[in-house]
Design a protein around this ligand. Sequence first.
Ligand code: UDP
Length: 338
Amino acid sequence: MNSFLTRVDGRTPSKRQRTLVAGGAGFLGGHLCDKLIEDGHRVVCMDNFLTGCRSNVAHLFGHPLFTLIEHDIVAPLPDVGPIGQIYNLACAASPPKYQADPLHTFKSNVIGALNLLDLAGCNNARILQSSTSEIYGDPEISPQPENYRGNVNTVGPRSCYDEGKRAVETLFYEYHLQRGVRTKIARIFNTYGPRMSPSDGRVVSNFVVQALAGDAVTVFGDGSQTRSFCYISDMISGLMALMATPDTVCDPVNLGNPTEFTVLQLARSVIKTLKSPSRMRFVDLPVDDPKQRKPDISRAMQVLGWSPRVSLSEGLANTIPYFASCAKQDGLPMLVAE
Ligand code: UDP
């Protein structure tokens, strides 16, 4: 792998050092906090609760290894004490959520990353950026390897997220080169699992919630667009494996499940798994919706020894009971058995 690293010291943060998880009360963040604490790390979870949710970390309240700070990383960071590693997961990730306040989305990415990179620099901490498959835009090649430069619209509804994330990769690259900050970049592909918000607006949550209620499953466009769905436990192990790599590993690494499905196949699979009476309702495809998305994970396999283990059918079987319990708690009608 052709790394842009010039300075190497190879130190791995010890478990006694604290780990800051920005966006720690989000879907990925909550699971990451759990796993870090399970492994004995001291965790500082920072979240502005815009899309993060207290219930994702409520079970950790009072745990001696867990601290929660309510803060938006766009604002100057509070004193968080010495930090050994930083995961930056702080940005809304679902299209309807990040498009609700596009300027804040862009600022969360760029200003948030600058604040965290400065903190990493002061602490000589490792810092991992949750970048995204969105940096490839509507890709012209498939699967997408890390050296593909993407096909992104700079002036569309997705631009605030896509271009924000692209700019952060540049910041990570330059902070590493100019200031020796110990950076990591994970390009995260579509991820799903328990604790996704049922109202997130994403395809897995929408389809499962709709099929559980017996409502029409909303397929955008003709459903021929593809996505590759990674189960949450696989994603968390990939992120932690990347953080644990030597400081020489600072090029972007794709993390995702390379098994590709059309949205139509996902709809059929959810309806069949739930034995739901739901039909499909075809609605307009959103502007700039990528037609295909499938990660080339050769680099992750080679550098991290990582590849996903959980198939879509297994992952859905683990995720459906979670959405069913959310519906029950909210008193929503559920036409199909849990
Ligand atoms: N999608 C859909 N129905 C929905 C929500 C999403 O058909 O109710 C489609 C969406 O147009 C996209 C794919 O599913 O092609 C994945 O959408 P999602 O919002 O989950 O994530 P994206 O990969 O677009 O960021």
